[in-house]
Design a protein. Structure first.
Length: 240
């Protein structure tokens, strides 16, 4: 959120053959990949994992809390691992069966349909509701849906952006004392933490990379992602 961070842009940005990296980025946010420990693909998760770390910190989750992760893309699956490391009870909501299965592989409780999620949350929390709903997909509509399952005094955290206004009535936020938080990016400190987590295998990311394509096939990569045929696509610098 600081002005200096916003001025440190990579030029011209993602999916270019070459980029210019400002000196502060090199000093504070560049890491040597230990070839014998992790692959380039695994290392590429440093930035998104750092963003997840920032969200977990801002949510102030602690051992014994219950969390509902909305969306089990690569981001949601990293959230599942991070909050489980804290000792939280983790539930997740996802519509795609293959991603539901991956969530269960990471020991999240995943109902077979989102329609059953309120019932499962109610049973597991004895009618109290979860302490935090972490929205990684679905935007405003997911916030409104998640508000049904968060406890009074609980938190709705918006990780993913999207269109639309905040659909939760002000009166509900007020009388239930709900807390609405959001995170957008990460800091150099979280980048370092995320890199170490990946290097030590504390957060598993190797199964999240489902496709590897050259830069010349970027359009195909985008299509695979938008159609949910791919979990995460790694773009190489090769042109063919």
């Amino acid at each position: 959120m600081c002005r200096q961070f916003k001025e440190q842009n990579l030029d011209p940005g993602g999916f270019a053959e070459y980029i210019r990296v400002p000196a502060p980025n090199v000093r504070h946010a560049t890491f040597l990949i230990p070839d014998e420990r992790i692959s380039d693909e695994e290392a590429s998760f440093t930035e998104p994992l750092a963003c997840c770390l920032r969200a977990v910190k801002r949510s102030q989750l602690a051992a014994g809390d219950s969390v509902l992760v909305v969306g089990l893309g690569s981001i949601g699956l990293m959230f599942v691992q991070l909050v489980r490391r804290l000792g939280c009870l983790v539930l997740a909501a996802e519509t795609i069966p293959a991603r539901q299965a991956m969530g269960r592989d990471f020991h999240a409780i995943v109902p077979e349909s989102t329609e059953r999620a309120p019932e499962v949350v109610n049973d597991l929390t004895h009618g109290r509701g979860v302490d935090c709903v972490m929205v990684t997909a679905g935007g405003g509509a997911a916030l409104q849906w998640g508000a049904r399952m968060v406890r009074d005094g609980g938190q709705l955290h918006l990780f993913a952006g999207g269109e639309g206004a905040i659909p939760v009535p002000v009166d509900q936020l007020y009388h239930r004392e709900l807390m609405l938080t959001a995170t957008y990016s990460s800091s150099p400190a979280e980048l370092g933490e995320a890199f170490e987590l990946i290097c030590h295998g504390d957060v598993a990311v190797n199964t999240l990379m489902t496709h590897r394509l050259p830069l010349s096939r970027l359009g195909e990569a985008v299509s695979l992602t938008r159609s949910h045929q791919a979990m995460k696509v790694f773009i190489t610098g090769e042109l063919a």
